[in-house]
Design a protein around this ligand. Structure first.
Ligand code: GLY
Length: 324
């Protein structure tokens, strides 16, 4: 066999291996149904019972996990009283509300939008990026234009309340973004559907009075959210800069893959952040995770973090253990 024929045959061999339908079929089956006959449930960071119940009831009615998570977080995106998510979220220091979100499904598909203005339902928009574009991330004006092209309505996201709070901050805040243990209430939601598929959505207005263009962990796949249907999933809330430095949600899923329980994995991920601190942190980070069997874990730096779970027609808000 001469060299050319050898290379051609080898190339054909490799490419047929890469696209072998039987290999694909096998892989898909493993990814899609790791634990069939699952009891559907929805979990979310913070006390968001209406949002979690919306997702949980949709799952009970047979909705897939990704759609349920997007529908669940949409409740908080539209909640004008929630100053950390969607419409009514705190603006940047110049008064512009810009939102971040991402989604990830049971097959590892994901989509994200960063620093989007004038669009309320950014988790749904992230799903559109995932499903309707060849990309994973759209940012800023590009994301806004894509939203409009998909029929989303441009809205002023600065409410009277959030404007008043921003104006008060302008008087007292020294034009410095507000970093404290309280102001990060990102909604991260994880859902398991009747097929046993696990998916998630994460949505936020980010750090209150941030610099224009600042993006936190929430839309960064692996930081604010990560899903691996054969292992589990995790979501983060809190100071995004610190979550990004340790790729928190990916870390938790990988620790679970290595055999840690969801609780142990969340605790280790918080420890990784603390190892880098010289003094007691003046910021909050919290994680919420599930493994593929529906065993949950959650942990935070400071007390006060809670999560909500809807399962078997029951919605509960749970206090989470913390270091301080
Ligand atoms: N975790 C939200 C943010 O830092 O933007």
């Amino acid at each position: 066999m001469n060299r050319k024929v050898f290379i051609e045959r080898t190339t054909i061999g490799i490419s047929s291996l890469l696209v072998s339908p039987s290999l694909f079929a096998k892989k898909k089956a493993i990814l899609q149904k790791p634990y069939p006959n699952a009891t559907p449930f929805a979990i979310a960071t913070w006390n968001v019972q209406k949002a979690t119940t919306t997702a949980g009831q949709a799952l009970d009615q047979g909705m897939n996990a990704l759609d349920a998570a997007v529908q669940g977080v949409a409740v908080e995106e539209a909640n004008l009283l929630n100053s950390t998510v969607g419409k009514g979220g705190a603006p940047d220091r110049d008064g512009n509300v810009s939102l971040d979100a991402c989604v990830m499904d049971s097959n590892g598909n994901c989509g994200a939008v960063l620093a989007v203005e004038n669009i309320t339902h950014v988790a749904a928009l992230a799903k559109e990026v995932m499903e309707k574009t060849p990309h994973v991330i759209l940012a800023g004006e590009g994301a806004r234009k894509f939203a409009i092209s998909q029929g989303y309505q441009a809205e002023d996201l600065l409410t009277e309340e959030s404007k008043k709070a921003w104006q008060k901050w302008l008087e007292e805040g020294h034009y410095q973004p507000e970093i404290n243990v309280e102001n990060h209430d990102t909604i991260g939601m994880l859902c398991v559907d009747k097929e046993g598929a696990l998916s998630g959505a994460c949505t936020t207005s980010g750090l209150a009075y941030k610099m224009k263009g600042r993006v936190g962990d929430s839309p960064i796949i692996g930081s604010g959210l990560f899903v691996d249907n054969s292992v589990g999933a995790a979501v983060a809330t809190g100071l995004g800069e610190e979550v990004i430095k340790t790729v928190g949600s990916f870390l938790i899923v990988e620790l679970m893959r290595q055999g840690k329980s969801p609780q142990e994995a969340c605790e280790e991920a918080i420890q990784r952040i603390l190892e880098k601190q010289k003094t007691k942190p003046d910021f909050q980070v919290a994680y919420l995770a599930t493994n593929k069997n529906g065993v949950l874990g959650a942990y935070s730096i400071h007390s006060g973090f809670t999560y909500t779970i809807y399962k078997n027609n029951k919605c509960q808000n749970i206090n989470v253990k913390s270091i301080f």
